[in-house]
Design a protein around this ligand. Structure first.
Ligand code: NA7
Length: 294
């Protein structure tokens, strides 16, 4: 298929590269010039990249960025035509998604929200999980693209339900990781090492994919970004906002938000969200160590 791919960040670039690898015809665009994908053409603006595309795939930071890429000056909207499909894999506000979809549909094009879970590693390995909202027949038409970048597509219902489901997924990831980080901090202070504790966690009913993924990085004290803290911070806010819109209280997430506020103040925004551990360590006066880091 002819695809315009807008946004070549940590997630977007490997996703676009996997589309090229699968034989699709790509034109890419990124706000900061210079980022490229081998085998893909480059558009000077979102509108130019989207010109003549069958599908416009977006993967940028936040709600405002999606709005700019679509509807800003020389945005993709200028090139939208009957039958084209816009897919948004950014994680953004569900209510804004409904508004964006209406504007896209007014141009005769279709809109699918398809945020992802799987982080940088999933994007690079083509193992992402897509969480899709939108018309079933449209989602069916773009299955070859989903399969070039991911291993599964979960349909959540109509437009914006993909974003809603993604937010509640990240709500859980944020809470599970903070539970893990607090457990490691207290265990270390009580004299049980992380390397002794983690196999127990993973053999018990406490085990989790979050611990599977994060434990090796924590043990190496490698906080380079697989999922940057600033983006999890953004998602925590999106989740709290979405909850407020429907009058749902999330007391645990509100507490975790305070930890992220402090982590942002400490300048950890471009580290992985796993770096929230360092605040707990500072308060406790300990450092969680693995053999590789000791
Ligand atoms: P990154 O690595 O922070 O990349 C963000 C991308 O979004 C990058 O290409 C940015 O361009 C682009 N961006 C940010 N703001 C804008 C605006 N205002 N206009 C156009 N483009 C913009 O994020 P990830 O790839 O890890 O994540 C992308 C999404 O997936 C995000 O919603 C996650 O929560 C999930 P730049 O290179 O900075 O010019």
């Amino acid at each position: 298929m002819r695809v315009a791919f807008l946004g070549l960040g940590i997630m977007g670039r490997p996703m676009a590269a996997n589309l090229v690898k699968a034989g699709h015809e790509l034109t890419v665009w990124n706000r900061t010039p210079g980022k490229q994908v081998e085998g893909a053409g480059v558009g000077a603006t979102p509108a130019e990249a989207a010109h003549d595309a069958e599908v416009v795939w977006i993967c940028v930071s936040d709600t405002k960025a999606v709005e700019q890429v679509l509807f800003g000056s020389q945005g993709a909207e200028e090139s939208l035509a009957e039958g084209m499909i816009v897919v948004d894999s950014s994680t953004i506000s569900p209510s804004a998604t409904r508004k964006f979809a209406e504007r896209v549909k007014a141009r005769g094009a279709q809109y699918v929200d398809a945020p992802v879970t799987g982080s940088k590693m999933g994007a690079e390995d083509g193992q992402l999980i897509f969480i899709a909202g939108g018309d079933e027949a449209i989602i069916e038409r773009i299955q070859p693209l989903f399969h070039a970048m991911g291993k599964q597509v979960f349909r959540m219902g109509e437009t914006s339900k993909g974003q809603a489901a993604k937010l509640v997924m990240n709500l859980q990831i944020a809470l599970i990781y903070e539970g893990f980080a607090e457990a490691l901090t207290l265990a270390t202070k009580l004299g049980v090492s992380a390397e002794t504790l983690i196999p127990l966690i993973q053999a018990s009913m406490v085990r989790s994919g979050v611990v599977d993924y994060k434990a090796p990085f924590v043990l190496k004290r490698d906080f380079s970004p697989n999922f940057p803290l600033r983006l999890m911070y953004k998602d925590i806010h999106l989740t709290l906002d979405a909850a407020k819109e429907v009058r749902v209280k999330l007391p645990a997430l509100e507490t975790v938000e305070e930890i992220y506020d402090l982590a942002m103040e400490e300048g950890h925004q471009d580290l992985d969200y796993a770096a929230t551990l360092t605040l707990l360590e500072k308060w406790a006066g300990v450092e969680v160590k693995g053999a590789a880091a000791s």
